[in-house]
Structures are given as C-alpha cells and as structure tokens.
Design a protein around this ligand. Structure first.
Ligand SMILES: Cc1ncc(COP(=O)(O)O)c(C=O)c1O
Length: 383
C-alpha cells in the first residue's frame, strides 16, 4: 500500500540516494536530502558566483525566494505567511519566543519530563537570568493525561506552558490543541517545540490557541541544516518583542529614535542569510508537497505503527512508544545496551539512534521507507 503518494516509491527513493545506502531510520535527527535540494543549492551558488551577488537582478530574486519560502512554510503549518519568521533551527525559535516576553521574577513555566535540550536549555537560561521558575510535569512516556497534570501544576504565577508536539524521547504525540485551549482559557502562553511534529503530522496552527510553534527544516521536511521557522500566532504578534534586531525586521527608520518594525513575524528576523540554503529548503518543501502532504502523513504513521506492532511481537523487546505516535518508535532490548543494539544495526545497514540517559533506541519511519525495510530492521534487532 502506498497511501496514494503522488510519486512512486522508486521515484522518491531515487531522489534520496542516502535511503539506498542505508535502511534510513533516523529522520528524527536529520532526514535524507533530496537531490533536487542539492542541485538547487548548487545552482543558486553558481548564479551568485557568475552573476555576482550584488547584481540587482540576483538580489531581487533572492528577496522573492525568501518570501516564497515563507509562504511555503505557512502552507505547511496552516497559517498566514505573516505569522512565519524564518530562523535557522528549532532551538532558535524557542529562544526567540522566550526572550520576546517580559518576565517577572518568580513567574512560572510548566514543561514536561519529555523535552529535548532545545526547550530545556532556553528554559534554564530564562530561570538563571530572569529568576523564572520551571515546573516539570511527569507524563510518563506520554500516556499520562496531560491536561490533568497541567491542572495540578497550575499556580497563580504560571505564565506559560512549553512542551513538544511529539516527544523526541518516546515518540508520544502530546495533545497540543487541547493543552493550548486550556492555556488560553487560563491566560497562559503556549510554546510548542515542533521539531518532531512538522512534516510528520498534519498541522493547522492558525486559530488553535498555540502561540509559538518552533520548527526545523532538516528533519521530517528533509531540508538542509540551517533553515527553520517560528510560527507566532497573529493575535500575539504585538505582544512579543524582537530579541536580536536588524534590517530584515525593519519597516522604516526615521530620525532617531524612530525605528518601526514590520508589523508581522518578519520583525523577529535579523539580517543577511544564506540564499542557497533558502533555495535548498524551498526545494525540499516543494518535494514534500509534490509527494503529497496528506499521503506523507498517513504513510509515516502507518509505517511507524507497523514497525511498532512488529516490535511488540518480539520476545525480549519492550516498546516504549505509546499508542498515539507519529513517525518515531522507541524501544529497548533486554540485557543489551542501546549502544550495542545501535552498533549491530549499523553493521547490518540500519541507521537509528539512542536516547541519552536511557536504555532506549529510537527509530524514525519516513514516507520514503518501505515495508521490506521494516523486515530488515526487525531482523537486525534480533540476535
Ligand atoms: C524535540 C526536539 N527539539 C529540538 C530539537 C533541536 O532541533 P534544532 O537542531 O532544529 O534546533 C530536536 C532535534 O534535534 C528535537 O528532537
């Protein structure tokens, strides 16, 4: 079954040479780059070299490219382009969101036990520099009722909830929309780490109550490293300050002290950026669109579900990922260190990863994977 992908699987796989080299099950770290993204980056660099980056024509096209990229990100997440700031990665988006608010000492942020350093480190900095208190709710592997846990952790000082859409540790999909609706009702901000969500799950962020959704290009969207985006809810734009500033965020500079920022999410952008990277990211987004967004999501979930079921049948393997998951499946093998499992998998041509501080190995199932590869991976996990 190919979920009616709009491109055949062999065609897709020809575009992504790394998936022939390996059973590529680590998209949660970085997805396989499509050839067209590489060619587009090369072409853009070549044009810049031959025509000169300062040629007004090259310059104008670069500006258009940037706006086209913003539009594509917006379509991907179901939002207006005015809500999208182009960043370099997820973590930068999390940092921009946190630094953009005014904090008082003893304000509180609720986060979870399932977070990546991309959330934990910016929260740590906030607590060190602004005296904000970070409260952790324990969601187990993701099966615990999140809203009830938030309710218990809520205090009059709670200003924000910050959590990942999909946990990088266990693969659990957290109830983002319910949590955001709960937070809005309480007058609390919602910051979502979308690193494992965008490109793996359908998104329609506009109007959900999510205030910030920080995203990478290099994972499920198979883009180059160094391109990400931050969604900021339209009705919150005025309340969030830019952090690092420069001409990219500037609408008009008057006589000192008049500085007028763009009224939209461009105000979070700073200055010059890599146009070849923008071109490569745009090509990857177009590739995913061409394969078909909805079929990509369906296939990702189905393959991950299949892999999870196969693991559940294996003696000596314990599946960590709860029922509600997207493309990530985390497991452990009795009596074997995750490093040993990973090494055995790699020696058999299968790429996965370990989760630091746990006995777990994590597989990522992408739209380009096949059922045969699931068989190969399952066989490679065995003795
Ligand atoms: C949940 C999560 N958050 C944040 C990150 C960091 O992403 P980035 O490198 O785009 O900042 C990752 C992946 O590395 C992740 O899995």
């Amino acid at each position: 079954m190919a979920e009616e992908l709009r491109m055949s699987l062999p065609e897709i796989r020809r575009e992504m040479p790394a998936v022939d080299r390996w059973v590529y099950m680590n998209t949660g770290t970085t997805g396989p780059l499509p050839l067209r993204a590489i060619r587009t980056m090369e072409n853009q660099s070549q044009t810049e070299a031959e025509q000169g980056r300062i040629d007004p024509e090259v310059h104008r096209k670069a500006a258009e490219l940037k706006e086209e990229l913003r539009k594509r990100w917006a379509e991907m997440v179901g939002a207006a382009p005015t809500s999208i700031a182009l960043t370099h990665n997820t973590t930068e988006g999390v940092g921009l969101a946190l630094a953009g608010l005014e904090w008082n000492e003893d304000d509180e942020v609720i986060t979870t036990n399932l977070e990546h350093s991309g959330v934990i480190m910016p929260l740590h900095l906030l607590s060190q520099r602004r005296g904000v208190r970070v409260r952790f709710v324990d969601l187990g592997t993701g099966e615990v009722d999140m809203i009830a846990a938030l309710e218990r952790a809520l205090t009059p000082r709670t200003r924000m909830i910050a959590f990942s859409h999909v946990s990088y540790r266990t693969g659990a999909v957290l109830p983002m929309e319910q949590a955001a609706a709960w937070a809005r009702e309480k007058g609390v901000w919602t910051l979502v780490d979308g690193a494992q969500g965008v490109g793996a799950l359908p998104l329609r962020l506009s109007g959900t109550g999510v205030d910030f959704y920080a995203m990478p290009g290099q994972k499920w969207l198979c883009g180059p490293e160094g391109c990400g985006a931050l969604y900021v809810a339209e009705d919150r734009l005025d309340e969030v300050n830019p952090t690092l500033v420069g001409w990219a965020g500037l609408r008009r500079m008057g006589p000192w002290p008049e500085v007028v920022y763009h009224p939209d999410a461009r105000k979070f952008e700073v200055s010059s950026a890599s146009v070849p990277l923008f071109a490569g990211m745009l090509a990857s987004l177009q590739f995913v669109e061409e394969v078909g967004r909805e079929p990509v999501y369906r296939r990702t979930r189905r393959l991950a579900g299949l892999f999870r079921s196969r693991l559940r049948e294996m003696a000596g393997v314990r599946v960590v990922t709860p029922e509600d998951h997207a493309g990530l499946v985390t497991f452990e093998v009795d009596g074997q260190s995750p490093e040993a499992v990973l090494e055995r998998l790699r020696s058999r041509g299968v790429l996965m990863r370990t989760i630091p501080g746990s006995p777990w190995v994590r597989a990522s199932l992408g739209f380009f994977n096949s059922e045969d590869e699931i068989d190969r991976a399952v066989a490679a996990i065995g003795p």
